[in-house]
Design a protein around this ligand. Structure first.
Ligand code: CP
Length: 309
């Protein structure tokens, strides 16, 4: 178990349990590295990586760049908002132009589901999906699994509820697939309008009552309402959503049990989660961000091992 079974990281769907365990174990080693006084290793000194972001990002973009720099890779960054994409250049032309500068790996966030798979079929570079529309966000799911394991000792046997906008969430799909492959039980909770109709086929439980979901779980992953992906109204108002599906301190205290609170960010404070919960000792939200660097170092390092020289 010392190499990934895939050549690109386009989604959790294509990873085996062994792949995921290898990434998590490798990330544990890198977490030790980035907590040392000298946080850098020379592993990827000959590798050039392009970070292509066609959608906004704070955590993913910065933690990939930091992960790559901690591994001593050469890094170039591209944001579509200030590029020739604005003049009509296509995705494939953009990427081929960047690859002609001898780039070995591409990390891409794109609004279209399937964009990372499409790219992996068209170019020679290794591709990491940093989020493709409403489809997958594999490194988020991996860092979430790493953070659960760190806090609770293991992922297998744990009960995880994913709350909120499941319909538009790439984090939800990647988390469901990753947690199940690691042996966790998964529930989704939210208004019926924000739960996809095919969800039963994924083998998850469905609950529309937040209190019942929280009573069931060990971990609650509170998702952001993705207003930017909603072309119609899925609930009457944010206030109403928050009253039914928002997690506040009163509800958390009333459970009379310990649960771990997660959120992939960015948080809509006061909508899906209140500040006193987000900033409480139950929350591992900032641990998730810290672990993102180690997990992305692991993914980058393991895929770089597959580059043919
Ligand atoms: N969790 C996440 O993907 O955050 P960003 O959109 O800021 O990268």
């Amino acid at each position: 178990m010392d190499n990934l079974s895939v050549d690109h990281l386009t989604g959790i769907k294509n990873l085996t349990e062994n792949d995921i365990q290898l990434i998590l174990q490798t990330a544990e080693s890198f977490k030790q590295v980035i907590n040392r006084p000298i946080k850098k290793v020379p592993s990827l000194r000959d590798i050039t990586i392009a970070n292509l972001f066609f959608e906004n990002s704070t955590r993913t973009r910065l933690s990939f760049e930091l992960a790559q720099k901690r591994l001593s890779a050469d890094v170039i960054n591209f944001a579509a908002a200030n590029s020739s994409v604005k003049k009509g250049e296509t995705l494939i032309d953009t990427v081929n132009n960047i690859l002609s500068m001898k780039v070995d790996m591409v990390v891409m966030r794109h609004p279209n589901p399937g964009a990372a798979v499409f790219l992996s079929q068209k170019v020679k570079a290794k591709i990491i999906n940093a989020g493709d529309g409403t489809h997958e966000h594999p490194t988020q799911a991996l860092l979430d699994a790493f953070s659960i394991k760190e806090r609770l000792g293991d992922v297998a046997g744990k009960k995880v509820v994913i709350v909120g906008d499941i319909l538009h969430s790439r984090v939800a799909l990647s988390n469901i697939l990753c947690l199940q492959k690691l042996g966790a039980e998964v529930m989704v909770c939210g208004p019926a309008t924000l739960i996809p109709k095919y969800i039963d086929q994924l083998g998850v439980k469905v609950e529309h009552n937040l209190r019942k979901a929280l009573m069931w779980c060990d971990v609650a992953n509170m998702l952001r309402i993705q207003l930017e992906r909603q072309d119609i109204k899925y609930f009457p108002s944010l206030r109403e959503y928050s009253m039914q599906y928002g997690l506040d301190k009163e509800l958390l205290d009333s459970l009379d049990k310990e649960i771990v609170i997660m959120h992939p960010g960015p948080i809509n404070r006061g909508v899906e989660i209140t500040s006193d919960v987000a900033d409480s000792e139950h929350s591992i939200i900032l641990d998730q961000v810290e672990n993102g660097v180690a997990v992305r170092m692991a993914c980058t390092y393991l895929l770089a091992g597959k580059i043919k020289v």
